[in-house]
Design a binder for this molecule. Structure first.
Ligand code: ADP
Ligand code: MG
Length: 380
């Protein structure tokens, strides 16, 4: 048995699977937005936005409805005219390049398929417009349908397909030209949760395969966290923080980002000591605790973020815990969602894993909560 394994291993290493080789052929473009401005009358929908996107990066614009995400995408696509600043693709301004010459692939919330054409014809459309010969086009369409697992549906028309399948056709059509940049504006928001999650994973895998730069727009924070290399959080026409999902989630720079991305407890506390990197603080309920911090000079009071899943919950008091009274307790399947009020009047949201050892606490019962220095983050 051991012999067989030893023989098989090097063989597997020598023959990488075919799709990986294909992935190295195409590398996306860099995108550089510099002080981009878009106004509608007196209203500023994009207020001096600057953002640099790496070639082949998957970047997500995440923000509430009306924050300017679509506006920014439209400026990039050339659907709207820019009022200030500039956009560079691979270092060149696209100010004078019309939409159809920018060569971007695009996917929108509404599938926007041609209803009277088959799936194949829909996907072949961009190739036809570009005058690609029939044999190349047929091969490209077949490859792309295969990639999106649509080969069996090639002869169907859009109304014979589900929403999820239609959106996969729209994605296939957007990538069939192997564009250097793909723009996606809330492409999954019309789909139900399960389907959305499975297509999220597909798009992510597709990105690995084709290597295009993808600019993805969503208002759904979990979608942004799952899919992106980096997230740009938008609010009121501004980008307010850019970072890897893990940094956006663990080290948000403002109350807005902390509350918009994930669930949060924001605790007001008095700074007892600032050691640069960590702080010692005291909450209104009297809990003295340490927290991570970026600000080495802050004093007075601070707002501390503690994520609900980072709070430890016990039935008996410990030296570093504080008492709280349960005000709400819900069984949600994989997690228990508990709200509790601390002595100082602050309410805490707690999420803990459902385990055989833990039962749902009674409303009005007393619990003891604590968290470590690694579990909380002082907002800048
Ligand atoms: P998002 O995509 O983040 O939901 P949008 O970019 O669509 O936001 O819109 C940003 C803001 O600009 C919104 O307040 C919206 O009402 C406004 N807006 C968008 N398009 C127009 C337009 N054509 N005319 C006037 N206001 C607009
Ligand atoms: Mg929008």
């Amino acid at each position: 048995m051991a012999e067989t394994l030893a023989w098989r291993k090097p063989r597997q290493r020598m023959a990488p699977p075919a799709p990986r080789q294909a992935s190295r052929e195409m590398i996306g473009s860099s995108i550089s937005m510099r002080s981009v401005v878009k106004t509608y009358g007196a209203f500023c929908a994009a207020d001096r936005i600057s953002l640099d996107v790496e070639p082949g990066e998957f970047i997500t614009l995440l923000g509430p409805s009306g924050s300017g995400k679509t506006t920014l995408l439209n400026l990039l696509a050339g659907f709207q005219t820019i009022d200030g600043g500039e956009i560079l693709i691979d270092g060149r301004s696209i100010a004078h390049v019309p939409t159809h010459r920018r060569g971007f692939g695009m996917v929108f919330q509404s599938y926007a398929l041609f209803p009277n054409m088959t799936v194949s014809q829909n996907v072949a459309f961009p190739l036809r417009m570009a005058g690609v010969d029939r044999a190349t086009s047929d091969r490209r369409v077949a490859e792309t349908l295969e990639m999106m697992r649509l080969s069996d549906h090639a002869r169907k028309t859009p109304f014979e397909m589900s929403g999820g399948q239609q959106q996969r056709v729209a994605i296939a059509r957007a990538i069939v030209m192997r564009p250097k940049v793909v723009l996606m504006d809330e492409p999954l928001s019309a789909l139900d949760r399960r389907l959305r999650e499975s297509i999220q994973i597909e798009i992510r895998a597709l990105h690995q395969t084709i290597g295009s730069t993808i600019l993805f727009v969503t208002h759904d924070q979990s979608e942004a966290l799952t899919m992106s290399d980096r997230i740009a959080v938008m609010d009121k026409g501004h980008i307010i923080q850019v970072g890897r999902p893990v940094d956006i989630y663990r080290q948000p720079q403002s109350r807005f980002v902390a509350s918009f991305v994930g669930e949060s407890n924001l605790i007001e506390a008095e700074i007892l000591e600032n050691r640069g990197g960590t702080m010692r603080l005291r909450s209104r309920s009297g809990l003295v605790f340490d927290a991570q911090s970026r600000d080495a000079s802050a004093s007075g009071t601070a707002t501390v973020l503690v994520r609900p899943e980072r709070i430890a919950l016990r039935e008996t008091a410990t030296a570093d815990s504080v008492a709280a009274t349960v005000t709400s307790a819900l069984f949600m399947g994989e997690t228990l969602r508990i709200e509790a009020e601390m002595a100082g009047g602050e309410t805490l949201l707690i999420r803990c894993q459902d385990t055989a050892a833990r039962s749902l606490p009674q409303i009005g019962s007393r619990i003891h909560v604590s968290w470590g220095a690694q579990d909380c983050w002082v907002l800048a």
